[in-house]
Design a protein around this ligand. Sequence first.
Ligand SMILES: [Zn+2]
Length: 112
Amino acid sequence: MQERMLFRVYRWPAAILLSALAAYWLFGVFIPPLLAQSPYISSLAGMSQRLALLAIGVGTITTTIYALLQSIRLWRWWRGKGDACTNCGGMVEVRTKKDRIYTQCLACGVRK
Ligand SMILES: [Zn+2]
C-alpha cells in the first residue's frame, strides 16, 4: 500500500527526469553525428548539443522543484496535517474532471 502511494507521489517527477534524459540522449548523442555527416547541415550539430544541455538543465530543475513540493506534501501527510483518505488513511490528491472537483486516495484509489 505504501509503495503504491510513493510511486503515485513521485511518478510525474520521475517521468519528467526520464524525458529529459531521453531528450539529452537524442539531441546530444544520437543526432549530432548524423548532422555532422552532411556538409550542408553540419553546423546544426552544435545547436543540437546546446539544445540537449538545455533539455537536461530544464528537466533537472523542474524535477527537483516538483519532487521537493511532493515531498513537502508527503511530509505534511505523515505528520497528520494533510488530507487523509477516510477509507484507508492514505494521502489524497485533489483532481478535477470537467467541472467536478474530487479527491482521490493515492494509496487505495478511492474517489470522493
Ligand atoms: Zn485510501
